[in-house]
Write a protein that binds this ligand. Structure first.
Ligand SMILES: *Cc1c(COP(=O)(O)O)cnc(C)c1O
Length: 378
């Protein structure tokens, strides 16, 4: 196939080749754990053992690298396994700066696991770059960015923060799970690494767990990550890779349709008397609206809102939905609603009356009708 940078075309074709023996359009799933060695002891076909590499994982990694405009992708069995691998590549004594609003288990993995191994996490509000500048030291080795953030949809200046981190020799990683490569390309803004929970939009159908790190340059850090992947072995199965690659083919179309729905749902909630606040960067009064418009090509399909009256009223809304499903996770075909604070646990900083919506592919008017009915119970 000729090289293209058009994301719609890439999503359909990247990592996909006609299978040479049968001509099958859809690639076979290679379950083999081991591969034949040549009589002279070489592995001329490039495959040795399933943990090191396998055809389905190679295809998925090629597609992810192309979609993010990177040089290589390293995939894992979950988004958290990808995050773990990245933290494992650091050394005791290193400091990691984290945003104050981020996927809660990123904070947890530092506190519960990596602090004991000598990493130090420092949390700042990254929507104020001045605060980040005050926190960066020569010990900072990794700056964790998440934009839009979970669950408050904070937007951070990826280009500026990447430059600042570079100034002290720290790597930047952007959790771009919510934006997807369709709406945001962090590597093109100077970020070193993109992390995805491919469980969400990339796979897109609520049926497979996975994670990936995509690198902008083939550096020593990239080589080290390949080593961490092969040695620690938190890798995805061939079937998981195959399912994720299948999901990617419709990613641009899904993300566009879901974003169109989210824009309508956000406007409805914004004007609803029982809703105190809507967090959606597509709304003109969102504090990150202009920054989002400058670094994203669309505002995405995730939003959160505060129900007037508090936690009890918020639970009345989740109890009142019919079409929308009460469930955690995001980025799939179905619209999901979640009371986030109770999932995150007792020390969650998330407002108790916050509900998070992952807007799916149903008809926008049907979603609005369902929310209207649920909000009328408050
Ligand atoms: C779900 C999620 C993760 C964790 O990924 P898993 O695949 O569940 O391990 C990390 N970051 C964000 C933003 C997520 O939504």
């Amino acid at each position: 196939m000729t090289k293209t940078t058009d994301l719609d075309t890439l999503a359909v074709h990247a990592g996909q080749e006609i299978e040479p023996i049968t001509g099958a359009l859809t690639s076979p799933i290679h379950l083999s754990t081991t591969f034949e060695r040549d009589p002279d002891g070489e592995y001329s076909r490039g495959f040795v053992y399933i943990r090191n590499e396998n055809p389905n994982r190679n295809s998925l990694e090629a597609a992810l690298a192309e979609l993010e405009g990177g040089v290589g992708a390293v995939t894992f069995g979950s988004g958290m396994a990808a995050a773990t691998a990245l933290l494992l590549s650091l050394s005791p004594g290193d400091e990691v700066i984290l945003p104050d609003d981020s996927y809660f288990q990123i904070r947890a993995i530092l506190d519960e696991i990596f602090t004991g191994w000598g990493l130090k996490g420092r949390i700042v509000d990254m929507s104020d770059p001045g605060r980040v500048a005050e926190t960066l030291t020569e010990k900072t080795k990794l700056v964790w960015l998440e934009s839009p953030s979970n669950p408050l949809l904070k937007i951070v200046d990826l280009k500026r923060l990447a430059e600042m981190a570079k100034g002290v020799g720290a790597l930047t990683v952007c959790d771009s799970t919510w934006a997807t490569p369709i709406l945001q390309q962090p590597l093109s803004l100077g970020v070193d690494i993109v992390v995805h929970s491919t469980t969400k939009y990339l796979a897109g159908h609520h049926d497979v767990l996975g994670g990936a790190l995509i690198y902008g340059e083939k550096t020593e850090d990239y080589d080290r990550m390949r080593l961490v992947q092969k040695l620690t072995g938190g890798v995805p199965s061939p079937f998981d890779c195959w399912l994720t690659l299948r999901g990617i083919q419709t990613l641009p179309t899904r993300v566009r349709a879901q974003t169109e729905n989210a824009v309508k749902v956000a406007a409805f909630l914004h004007d609803h008397p029982q809703v105190e606040e809507v967090y959606y960067p597509g709304l003109a009064d969102h504090p990150g609206h202009e920054l989002a418009a400058s670094q994203m090509s669309g505002m995405g399909a995730m939003l959160s809102f505060l129900v007037r009256g508090g936690e009890e009223q918020a639970f009345k809304v989740t109890a009142g939905v019919g079409l929308i499903t009460r469930a955690t996770s995001l980025g799939g075909t179905h619209t999901l609603i979640e009371h986030r604070a109770s999932l995150e646990g007792d020390d969650s900083p998330t407002p108790k009356n916050l509900l998070r919506l992952s807007v799916g592919l149903e008809k926008a008017e049907a979603l609005i009708e369902d929310l209207d009915k649920a909000l009328s119970k408050v």
